[in-house]
Design a protein around this ligand. Structure first.
Ligand code: ZN
Length: 127
C-alpha cells in the first residue's frame, strides 16, 4: 500500500471517529446537519481515493532526451500525458491534512500548479 494512500485513509478514520463520537455535543456549525454532511464527505473522499493508485509505468524524457521510467496513477494515466504518482487528485485530497503528523512536504502541490487549475482557497487567489 502506498504511503500517501495509507496516510489519507488514516486521516479519514480519525475524521470518522471525531464526527461519529456519541459523547460529542454538536452545536452551531457542528449541528446534526453538519455531522451528516461530514460523514457524507468522508465517504466521498474514500470513494475518490479508491480509484487512484500507483500502477502504470510511464515514460518521461529527461533533459538529455533519455527515457525515464516512472510509476503513474492508474486512474489518471493518459497515454500521451502520464500523471506521475502521486497524482494531483490525491495530492489535493491530502492538502487539508498538511498540518497533521505524517504529512510529507513532497506531497504538497501548489495551488497554481498547471494541472490544478485556478482555484480560490480561503478567499485568496494563488499568486
Ligand atoms: Zn490519480
Amino acid at each position: 500500500m502506498d504511503d500517501l494512500i495509507t496516510f489519507l485513509n488514516d486521516q479519514y478514520t480519525k475524521d470518522e471517529r471525531d464526527v461519529g463520537a456519541p459523547e460529542k455535543n454538536y452545536e452551531g456549525v457542528h449541528s446534526r446537519w453538519g455531522q451528516r454532511r461530514m460523514v457524507a464527505e468522508i465517504a466521498v473522499k474514500r470513494l475518490l481515493l479508491r480509484g487512484h493508485r500507483p500502477g502504470h509505468f510511464a515514460v518521461t524524457w529527461d533533459t538529455d532526451g533519455e527515457p525515464e521510467y516512472q510509476i503513474a496513477c492508474v486512474a489518471c494515466c493518459v497515454d500521451v500525458n502520464p500523471e506521475i504518482w502521486p497524482c494531483r487528485h490525491i495530492r489535493l485530497l491530502a492538502l487539508p491534512y498538511a498540518d497533521q503528523a505524517g504529512y510529507r512536504e513532497e506531497w504538497r502541490i501548489p495551488l497554481d500548479h498547471p494541472r490544478v487549475g485556478s482555484v480560490e482557497v480561503s478567499g485568496s487567489r494563488p499568486a
